[in-house]
Design a protein around this ligand. Sequence first.
Ligand code: ADP
Ligand code: ZN
Ligand code: ZN
Length: 743
Amino acid sequence: MQTEYADVIVDITKESLDHSFQYSVPAELAGSVQEGTAVRIPFGRGTRVTDGYVVGLGSKPKIDPERIRPILAVIPGKISIEGSLIRLAAWMKSTYGSTMNQALKTTLPVREKENPETVVTVVLLPEEPAARSLLEEYRNRHHTAKARLIELLLARPGHEAGRPELRAAGITADTVARLEKEGVVLRDARTSRRDPPELAEAGPEEDSAALTPAQKDACEGILREWSGQDRPCLLHGITGSGKTLLYIELTRQMLEQGRQVIILIPEISLSWQTVRRIRSVFGDRIAVLHSRMSRGERYDQYERIARGEAQIAIGPRSALFTPFASLGLIIIDEEHDTAYRSGQTPRYDTRETAITRGRIEGAHVLMGSATPSTDSYYRCRTGDYALFTLPDRYGGAQLPHTRIADMREEMRAGNRSILSRALQDSLRSCLDSGNQAILFLNRRGYTGFVSCRSCGHVIKCPHCDVSLTMHSNGQMICHYCGYRTGQVRVCPSCGSPYIGGFRAGTQKVEQEIGSIFPDARILRMDADSTRSKESYSRILRSFAAHEADILIGTQMVVKGHDFPDVTLSGVLAADLSLFASDYRAAERTYQLLVQAVGRAGRGSRGGEAIIQTYHPEHYSIRAAAAQDYNSFFEEEITGREMMRYPPAEQMLAIHGSAADGQRLETAMLYIRQFLLRARRSERTELIGPAPEAVAKIQDAWKSVLYVKERDEKEVLRLRGLLEKYVEINSGFREIYLQYDLNV
Ligand code: ADP
Ligand code: ZN
Ligand code: ZN
């Protein structure tokens, strides 16, 4: 296609991203104008000239071609960081299916000047008795707003409150201003550059440790790869093997070369120990970015980056877009974590996007995990990534002794409790010897499957090999293909009547354990108990200080925390994640179990782990108990190949939503018909449409259609055609479509 026109933005601030201007591309510049290219253009009236960035190319004029002016020149020299991030946005747009604006807003986050964050505290001036009589007076005069403010301040330590508390209590700035005029309160404003609370305290000093022979091998191997083929590197090392130590070593080398480093972690509150360690080594050269930061806080960090004060950015996935001018390395810790997939359009995969940014800017990419994703490990197999392994824990530390408790046996022996006899015994002796225990209930992805308590049989889709989800009317549905079947009353495998929805909540577990161990101090950590910003750290700190004996929690307690007094780790129901209704259920289970087992025995006292399940023979449970990643991977990849799931094949999800359920169903069927006509081969398989796991959310119906195909190019071609079809067809006007590739 011959490109004749370019969309250009002149100023990279959030507002102007929506405003591009079209210019024509003179023939002699055609080869050198791309997304991200800096160009000189005529702008405004007369002979004014300015610089801008190309954000899009096309062959159609958007206005009268007579009025479109030509690009004057391409600005010579190395592509700027903004240019690189625009090029990255163009790649994201075409890979994940979004508009260029959505992609630009992701890669070029808030750039406009924010006033430095000021913290305003409202202070009550009179002493308490005087304030109380004032309060009385306002009440009598029905000045309720003023009375409420005084009441609130009186109730607070130091008789002062910040903006958030005032806002929460519904007190307006106007009320504050009026009381300030009357001399009753004072507004005390201070500017601050606040670090996230997790970082206020740095970790212990870490001396530059001498690498063990295995660590040295891995480190040298990675450096060799960088100076050779420079493929993305995957570091597979069990917990405690020294992955973080290698990140630190390689980061140091990059900084010595005057280059910058981005370190990505799944979520800051779950990785604070890692952040603190890195901070203790690099101190003020680090900018910490996280999602709960205000715009002002983020702006402060960007300023430090622009001034060159910060050369390392550490944070969750959006930190990938940190505008470093000579980026040397992107590290992705815990690369298997689902947090690396964005939930907002463009629904990008952080690992793929990091690799693309690395390619554009000449930066290396290093991913690390104790339990690599099947996707990444597969790419090591195919030679797209380079694999490095750290097989042992540092200092010869042993992994805990792991046992599997067969819950079918418990049922047969008449034990209906949530705890197997083995776990009860171990818990008792753990508590008797003054140690701590962690109990896990992994609810991630759990959508309500039906299973038999006698034999463990789970009702699955005959076509897709995933568990069926139970709906309130008793029907069971497959959320890939829409297959449905009525309520099951006896087990089709053993005839037992003990078949039904598999249920378990953390609160119920807490109650039951409280009644078996009335003297134990129990902490619970789940979505309910961690609503507020600091509650994660509070619960973890309290447990680390041994203020409780048992910590019961969902998957969020599994990640990288070191509790030296924990000698027992119990997985209450491995099946919860094993039979989540998606094709990655076994992979998630393996990852969770390995991490859960690794929580025990971090200290010198050794440890023990117990995994409770109705499927003791399942490969992901057996492999996790033995910490045998390779045997897990072999079984898993064979299954993926057989069922044509990623990474063996590409799988595109087309999510549709609409207020009108009937119309949505029709539209999705049209899409199916369209794709059947557009596909080049019958090897391109269409599955669905089917209602989504939660079919109706906030008055919108949801439905999904899947495309399975080996060749990624073919999938992208079909999506491109579909996007055009939908755009010109009025029947899709009230249908909202979203695309997910290989989720
Ligand atoms: P991972 O990130 O793989 O879990 P870490 O890098 O956190 O592993 O290492 C685990 C523990 O062992 C840390 O406390 C670390 O300081 C220590 N450690 C690892 N390698 C060495 C080494 N070569 N010398 C001294 N201590 C080490
Ligand atoms: Zn059965
Ligand atoms: Zn199915």
